[in-house]
Design a binder for this molecule. Structure first.
Ligand code: WT7
Length: 650
């Protein structure tokens, strides 16, 4: 992989409108100044921002401590509280301003001013304290997209507890793994959620996970979101409202050191178990704060809607923390884009006067399929900035988003970043000239480059490893319980401490970055990053399955579809029995990991294509999954005839 070829050639350039140029806070002059300041003194640049943008109970004197690289500490001797920064500091000027607008699946609406949010968060912080949770304890949040999820996160931050959100679509098994790795004391959940007109149970998965282990869990707090009755275990499970009864709506935030962990968020790697990405307090909040200002230009008249679930990093940085830190109004939505019809997103934008909208290419592609008539039915004239995240956006979807949703007036902010980076890294400002499919330039203070496999920096157009040369405040601090893996995964290069992203990319002659994809085999299904390893091990845990390999195949709507290659430890059944087994295995994966990981197709063989050293050759499986002819060299295969078995079925 010394160089990677880029197949996409895009020559269109879109300039910002006069209106955008005249209205945004960061002008070209201001941006130039920031780049100059960061180039001169990177640590000084971030330190000045940290003093200007965040409220510290104890000011810091040390900007960056890199004495233990690649472990970095930012604003080391400073102290602050994230919930204070997101809520309390706005109360003098914005107590009646809306912090959260919520629209439920059924169109039910809740609104919270900053003062009301403050009172809810304080009551729940007092509740957690009353349940014995203190600074440093881990709390699992397993909830749908409702304001109480943000209240729970903010309450944890307020008392210095470390939260770890487990996406509500994950199964009991996945929940159990994360609870046990985090050593959590308490779970916050709901009886269920409402999505697409249905009620979906949630508490049952908690019960199942706890019945199989999770001995560290002492209490479960259950918020009632639906009318469904759930089992409440005596002495362990407590109703949210009963637990809150009598709690004061005043709570003195616990000030913590800048490096105190704010949260863990588990993310799939290509191999092995999920990684508990550990984020800090001060550094994380700084990048969350400034990127909400820089990329989305949030000001007092905006209504910001990020459609991401709180179970993903986007739902942390651009729902639960960043928008509140800058004092904006943000919208949360419980439902799905296609219920009651595929105009729902546009209806919500119209009804609540959304001005800045942030979603994923997979959602754009899914809605694009329904054409322009649905969005044209709604008044989208308040929109002024559109964002995307999660995977490269194909130029066709970019153009549809730009023209049909944005009326050719809103910049498309294509934000490249990762769970591990905490916040946007490579992205345009609203005033940047745009090229469809490029996330444009690295932000001020972010030192990104492209290297070949020998560590040489590559020139324009040459694809290679995307790396970040210098540390930045919101970077991952370590992998919980596995510091060696932190070093091995992100800093694998000899002789330097460059952060290796794991994506391949190239930079064009104008310094614009084009992301080519993951270097390893992580799948991106509907914007969800799934490790092949997790799906493979779920399949192998079925009594009839001996071995399994998972690869992604391009899919118009989901981005990637999940293709499974399975070796059974019995003869492959035929006809109806075969179909029944395929169904059973798909459901098995759904139960073990979650419905999003369900294989789209399953093929059977007597073995997998392996090298003599036993390594599965996923490249060959990818070719077969795509339905293409295998033209690669197969001479290193142990048994090349295996490929024919897989080719002849679908
Ligand atoms: C990976 C990170 C960042 C929050 C959502 C995903 C891919 C992300 C873009 C983009 C091209 C992108 C990369 C990255 N990715 N945004 N704008 N253009 N690729 O977080 O699950 O940690 O995944 O998503 O491959 O490494 P994540």
């Amino acid at each position: 992989m010394s160089k990677i070829e880029s197949i996409l050639t895009e020559t269109r350039v879109f300039e910002p409108s006069a209106e955008t140029l005249a209205s945004v806070a960061i002008t070209q002059n201001k941006l130039d100044e920031m780049y100059t300041a960061a180039a001169k003194d990177n640590v000084g640049f971030w330190s000045d921002l940290a003093r200007e943008k965040l409220s510290w109970s104890k000011p810091f004197t040390v900007g960056l401590d890199d004495s233990n690289a690649p472990h970095y500490k930012w604003f080391t001797d400073g102290e602050l509280n994230v919930s204070y920064n997101c809520i309390d500091r706005h109360l003098d000027t914005k107590s009646d301003k809306l912090a959260i607008i919520f629209e439920g699946d059924q169109g039910d609406i809740e609104r919270y001013t900053y003062k009301e949010l403050h009172d809810h968060v304080c009551r729940f912080a007092n509740t957690l304290t009353a349940q014995g949770i203190t600074k440093g304890d881990r709390v699992i949040i397993y909830m749908p997209m409702i304001p109480q999820a943000v209240i729970a996160m903010q309450a944890c931050a307020r008392i210095g507890a470390i939260h770890s959100i487990v996406f509500g679509g994950f199964s009991a098994e996945a929940l159990k793994d994360r609870i046990e790795d985090a050593g959590a004391k308490l779970v916050i959940t709901t009886n269920g959620s409402r999505r697409g007109g249905k009620t979906i149970p949630l508490k049952g998965a908690v019960d199942e996970a706890l019945s199989k282990g999770c001995d560290s869990i002492k209490k479960v707090i259950v918020y009632r979101r639906t009318d469904d009755e759930v089992m409440m275990k005596e002495g362990r499970d407590i109703d949210w409202f009963e637990a809150e009864a009598g709690m004061s709506d005043y709570h003195d935030p616990v000030m913590v050191e800048s490096e105190h962990p704010l949260f863990l968020l588990y993310t799939s790697g290509s191999t092995g178990k999920p990684k508990g990405v550990q984020h800090s307090t001060g550094g994380y909040l700084l990048n969350a704060h400034v990127t909400n200002e820089w990329m989305f230009d949030l000001n007092d008249s905006d209504v910001f809607w990020c459609t991401a679930d709180v179970g993903w990093i986007t739902g942390h940085t651009y729902v639960a923390y960043g928008p509140l830190s800058v004092g904006a109004t943000m919208l949360m939505f419980e439902g799905v884009p296609t219920y009651p019809d595929a105009g729902r997103f546009w209806q919500v934008c119209q009804d609540h006067g959304v001005t800045v909208f942030y979603t994923a290419p997979t959602a754009i592609r899914a809605l694009m399929k329904f054409g322009g008539d649905l969005p044209n039915k709604y008044d989208l004239s308040k929109l002024r900035i559109l964002g995307t995240v999660g995977e490269p956006i194909n130029p066709e979807a970019w153009m549809w988003y730009y023209e049909v949703i944005g009326g050719s007036r809103c910049p498309i902010i294509d934000t490249w970043w990762q769970t591990e980076t905490g916040a946007h890294m490579i992205a345009p400002f609203p005033i940047t000239s745009l090229k469809p499919g490029s996330c444009t330039k690295a932000l001020p203070g972010i030192d990104a480059a492209i290297l070949d496999e020998d560590g040489n920096e590559l020139g324009p157009g040459d694809g290679g490893l995307l790396i970040i040369k210098q540390p930045w405040p919101s970077m991952i601090r370590t992998i919980w319980n596995d510091d060696q893996r932190y070093k091995d995964t992100y800093f694998p290069l000899e002789g330097n401490n460059y952060y290796v992203v794991g994506d391949s990319a190239h930079k064009d002659k104008d310094g614009y970055f084009w992301i080519l994809g993951r270097i390893d085999d992580v799948l991106n299904v509907s914007g969800h990053r799934l490790g092949t390893m997790e799906i493979e091990s779920a399949l192998v845990s079925h009594p009839l399955v001996a071995e399994a390999a998972i690869v992604g195949r391009p899919h118009d709507i989901k981005g990637e579809a999940v293709s499974a290659f399975v070796v059974l430890n019995v003869d492959t059944p035929e006809g109806a029995e075969r179909e029944a087994l395929i169904l059973e295995l798909r459901n098995w994966v759904a139960k073990e990991i979650g419905p999003i990981a369900k294989p789209d197709e399953i093929r059977f063989g007597t073995n997998l294509p392996k090298t003599r050293s036993g390594k599965i050759m996923r490249r060959l499986l990818k070719t077969i999954a795509k339905g293409e002819e295998v033209t690669q060299d197969t001479s290193t295969l142990e048994d090349p005839s295996i490929l024919d078995q897989f080719k002849n079925q679908k």
